[in-house]
Design a protein around this ligand. Sequence first.
Ligand SMILES: NC(=O)c1ccc[n+]([C@@H]2O[C@H](COP(=O)([O-])OP(=O)(O)OC[C@H]3O[C@@H](n4cnc5c(N)ncnc54)[C@H](O)[C@@H]3O)[C@@H](O)[C@H]2O)c1
Length: 294
Amino acid sequence: MKNIVVVGAGTMGNGIAHLFAQKGFTVTLTDQSEPALQQAEKTIAKNLQRLCDKEKIDASLMQQTLDRLTYTTTAENAYNSADLVVEAVSENLAVKKAVFEQLSLKTPANCILASNTSSLSIDTLAVFTDRPRLVIGMHFFNPVPMMPLVEIIQGTETTTATVETILALTAILGKTGVLAKDAPGFVANRILLPMINEAITTLGEGVSDVQGIDTVMKLGMGHPMGPLQLADFIGLDVCLSILEVLDNGLNKPHYKPHAILRELVAAGHLGVKSGRGFYDYTQDPKNPTVAYKN
Ligand SMILES: NC(=O)c1ccc[n+]([C@@H]2O[C@H](COP(=O)([O-])OP(=O)(O)OC[C@H]3O[C@@H](n4cnc5c(N)ncnc54)[C@H](O)[C@@H]3O)[C@@H](O)[C@H]2O)c1
């Protein structure tokens, strides 16, 4: 496995592309949005420089990583020789359907098609392709270069050989792979998202404010980040999409997205990526101020 295409250059796509390139793969990062690609290129350069400054990588590896990356809105050439495509477009079934239909047409028949979906069914995505045996979930965590886990989701048709290839690849990337069944939200988000939703409910009921809730979970529970700030990092639109999938698939009250989450998404307050969510990141992203007052 040598040539990787990553589709979607948002929060996750840039991290996935960075990781593969740093580990020696030739990577094409593609997105329908030119500004998203430009932003991804800047983010990857900044993150590599930070790793270099902290002496986690040397200047030569930084340069090699940059040299292995190509950014394009039209990845036709890269698709022709792709060994693996990792799809990281928006968490929306219609958007992913269109992408997987195109990937079936444009990539070689033996190219593995992996999705970074947080919650959508791998079996459903596989139906949009000509090769369900080679379709798999490869669920990275944010920020991708730092987080040591990949949840690997085997669909009904995914072959053992495909799973073994992706497990081996995950190890080459320096991550721990954990296998999960194709159930709504898999393991991580099935457990995490109800906590975030409950934090929003707690906020909505006025039990405490944004800072209070996050501080309790950080200092009292040892979480590195409070649930409301974590929601901002994931993206409030992504949180809403995942909760909707969990609500439809598992039908338990704690998966029903809270109205505050819907209101913030409708207002375009999506968290870190839009500059504002429960916190405001526009002045100093490292020290955000509380934006949501209850
Ligand atoms: N944000 C997280 O913490 C996180 C963690 C794990 C997995 N995920 C999953 O990763 C995927 C991407 O999430 P994200 O947070 O990076 O989203 P994002 O909104 O930051 O980025 C999505 C990108 O996809 C692009 N896009 C949309 N339609 C496209 C198309 N047809 N062709 C090419 N590009 C297209 C958009 O322009 C955008 O740049 C989702 O499935 C999400 O559930 C997210």
